[in-house]
Design a protein. Structure first.
Length: 421
């Protein structure tokens, strides 16, 4: 079976912003479509998301955010190179690198390369008669990842109603994914109604979390812990934080808006240590800015051994940055976002390198998502162990949760154990 047609076009993500889709037609007549997500609190070292701002293709209605150039690159530069090719994903990703060998796909756009690479992966799974998860792991029990789910949103996703970006929960004592999700839904429901009765205005943020206002991160943690306790889930569900601190790091200082406090790196290390030593927090993401390596290294040396220290903007799913983090013991886990990298196989290579060096991996969605569910299959088939999708609200989020429920119901699976060192 080989590739008969590749067509790129523009669709919308969950924020109503343009993103790239590819529909690939195989010689058996089947079609395979993939859509790519887009971040809002992006790291400086991510692969290049090509948008039309400043080009003649930019349309005023999309405020420069259209992706017609990336789409044109798929149709005029990528498609001719791939037509007639058989479905070897690694070989096709290699051809995509030949089309644009610049780091981060600066020329044709990582949104163009990833949409194509994902459509090829789906087509290859079809050609081998397997689901996408099974394409990556043909034999044995599939590993359904432990979810890390957003309850409260702040930062760039919720108009900075809270300085940090996410307060999440990890249902670490659940026996299976379906049970884990039922706990999360209950916590979120309680938090939504309790938020109202406290008189705080709330919005549903970009990832479906509640955009409640809190004076401090401590207050936000206390609030979520109270919901967990009231449901009788204390000790079974722990907290996770995404500090997303690059967003409030300016002039070498961490500046919190809600409290008006400014911290040096050393003072912010103490602040973060205080948080993780006070609350049942089992994972902390981006506690320090993307290039403040010294703070990461110092924090990692002092943090509790059981804490997952997770690099998102720090690593941007980039092998070289991960290698530096491993060499310097800057963290012990990496967030894996395919669109920070630009290709399916090289994203998988970063994940494999993390596992080979005892780093935990959390496959993650973006704040701008689509109803596509490939993320659930990748997280499962790659045996990532953990997944982060946002909240349980919004069809672009439930598409992933529901796909995991489907895999658990229909395949031979086991449920991942929580992070441990
Ligand atoms: P983003 O946020 O998709 O807006 O970058 C997600 C995250 O920081 O984990
Ligand atoms: Zn993050």
């Amino acid at each position: 079976m080989n590739i008969k047609r590749i067509l790129g076009y523009q669709v919308l993500d969950s924020r109503g912003r343009p993103t790239v889709a590819v529909t690939l037609t195989l010689s058996d007549g089947s079609t395979h479509t993939a859509r790519v997500p887009s971040g809002a609190s992006t790291g400086a070292h991510e692969a290049h998301e090509l948008r039309d701002a400043g080009t003649p293709k930019a349309e005023e209605f999309f405020a420069g955010k259209s992706v017609y150039t990336a789409v044109a690159n798929i149709n005029s530069k990528i498609a001719p190179k791939l037509l007639g090719h058989s479905l070897n994903l690694a070989a096709i990703d290699g051809l995509l690198v030949e089309v644009d060998p610049t780091p981060g796909h600066q020329v044709i756009g990582a949104n163009a390369t990833l949409a194509t690479s994902l459509a090829v992966a789906k087509a290859a799974a079809h050609a081998s008669g397997k689901s996408l998860a099974r394409y990556f792991q043909p034999e044995g029990k599939l590993l359904i990842p432990m979810p890390m789910v957003n309850i409260l949103s702040g930062g760039a996703h919720a108009n900075r109603s809270l300085d940090i970006q996410d307060v999440l929960v990890i249902p670490h004592a659940a026996d299976n994914f379906a049970e884990a999700l039922s706990w999360i839904v209950a916590i979120r429901e309680r938090a939504a109604s309790d938020g109202k009765s406290h008189g705080v205005t709330h919005l549903v943020a970009d990832e479906g979390g509640l955009g409640l206002s809190f004076a401090s991160t401590d207050d936000a943690c206390e609030f979520v812990l109270a919901q967990i306790e009231l449901l009788g889930l204390s000790g079974k569900v722990s907290l996770a934080l995404d500090i997303a601190s690059t967003q409030f790091f300016t002039d070498n200082k961490y500046s919190l808006t809600t409290s008006g406090t400014t911290y040096s790196s050393d003072a912010f290390i103490d602040e973060m240590l205080n948080l993780v030593n006070t609350y049942p927090i089992t994972s902390i993401e981006d506690p320090f800015a993307e290039d403040d390596w010294a703070a990461w290294n110092a924090f990692s040396a002092q943090a509790p051994a059981k804490l997952q220290i997770l690099g998102d903007d720090l690593f941007t799913t980039n092998l070289h940055r991960l290698e530096k983090g491993i060499a310097e013991s800057s963290a012990n886990a990496i967030l894996i976002k395919a669109n920070q990298n630009g290709l399916v196989t090289s994203t998988q290579r970063v994940l494999a390198h993390a596992h080979a060096n005892d780093f935990a991996t959390v496959v993650s969605a973006r704040s701008g998502e689509t109803e596509d569910s490939w993320l659930a299959d990748l997280a499962t088939g790659w045996r990532a162990g953990q997944i982060k999708v946002g909240s349980t609200h919004g069809a672009e989020r439930t598409a992933k949760w529901n796909r995991l429920l489907e895999l658990e119901a229909t395949e031979e699976t086991e449920f991942a154990k929580p992070f441990s060192q």
